[in-house]
Design a protein around this ligand. Structure first.
Ligand code: PDD
Length: 297
């Protein structure tokens, strides 16, 4: 696997960072996960915009402009074998003598990027849905920053794994925020409900796509605070993320969600998401004449 580290491409085995890197010492950095379909980065501009928001949130200067990021990302995609990839992009405040305060003068940030095969949920999982547990959201108040310091998310997600489930749905002050590594949608009486983007959740790129699709397809939807009891009495629950796309949650804390099977809203949104993905990729990169109808990605 070829990775990118501080201006150079290299096999992952050769990538080295100093032990005093502030990412290692303090978790002082931010990251992005960008899906790549048929070697094309999906919603790249939006991911780079969120990266800027995260960097601003931790007061770290963006080491590259959009054109340079695009060049590096496309080269990394080209240097890796598979067509569908997920890119992990990670920036820390660099290596310096251990001190909580920012290094002064600033040191060069550490910029790391790797690509892994993108394994979206297989058909059996789409058909069965996944289990979730609920837990109190005990994270900090800047969950809108995609910080590499993920210890609370790690522990919360492990609660789900320990219970034989896939995700933990987080509740703060009586309202649902998101999942430990995904955004959560509630479906009630044919309406899609989404919590508002604020400091208590990560503004998901997939979340935005799902709301755009709902709007375009006239699916009744509402963005508003969602009380915990609405989650526990939902007809359907959905999770979204760049790697899971749209997935049905069919049990919560061991009880069935609705009738315990992926519902009509899931089926509709999943199909529309796949269509959207394909259409967007085609718009950005028109099919060559040889590909014809139904070809391409
Ligand atoms: N996580 N909320 C949290 C806490 C997340 O970690 C993620 C994604 C999302 C969904 O965001 P997006 O749709 O932009 O992927 C919401 C990534 C996939 C990860 O950490 O691996």
């Amino acid at each position: 696997m070829t990775v990118y580290l501080n201006g150079q491409f290299m096999p992952i085995e050769e990538a080295r960072i100093p032990v005093l890197d502030r990412g290692f010492i303090f978790g002082d950095g931010v990251y992005e996960v960008i899906p790549v379909y048929s070697r094309r980065a999906f919603r790249l501009a939006e991911h780079l915009k969120r990266l800027q928001h995260s960097l601003d949130g931790i007061r770290l200067q963006n080491p590259h402009g959009e054109a340079e990021w695009t060049r590096i990302i496309n080269e990394l995609i080209a240097r890796n074998e598979v067509a569908d990839q997920y890119l992990y992009l990670h920036i820390t405040r660099g290596a310096a003598k251990r001190d909580h305060a920012f290094p002064m003068p600033p040191v060069a940030p550490t910029v790391f990027m790797m690509s892994n095969p993108l394994l979206t949920p297989p058909a059996p999982l789409l058909q069965s849905g996944v289990g979730a547990v609920s837990a109190a959201d005990n994270r900090w108040l800047r969950c809108d920053i995609k910080a590499i310091a993920l210890l609370p998310n790690v522990l919360l997600r492990q609660m789900a794994i320990d219970a034989g489930c896939a995700e933990t749905i987080l509740i703060r002050d009586g309202y649902m925020t998101e999942g430990a590594a995904s955004n959560i949608f509630v479906v009630k009486n044919g309406r899609l409900l989404a919590p508002p983007k604020d400091n208590l959740m990560l503004p998901g790129i997939t979340y935005d796509v799902v709301l755009e699709i709902a709007q375009a397809d006239n699916i009744p939807h509402e963005v508003r605070k969602i009380a915990a009891d609405e989650v526990f009495n939902a007809d359907e629950l959905l999770l979204t993320s760049s790697t899971k796309e749209v997935l049905a949650i069919t049990t919560l804390d061991g009880k069935p969600v609705g009738d315990g099977k992926p519902g009509a809203m899931f089926a509709r949104l999943h199909k529309l998401y796949q269509d959207f993905k394909r259409d967007v990729m085609r718009q950005q990169f028109p099919l060559s004449t040889g590909e014809g109808q139904g070809g391409g990605m």
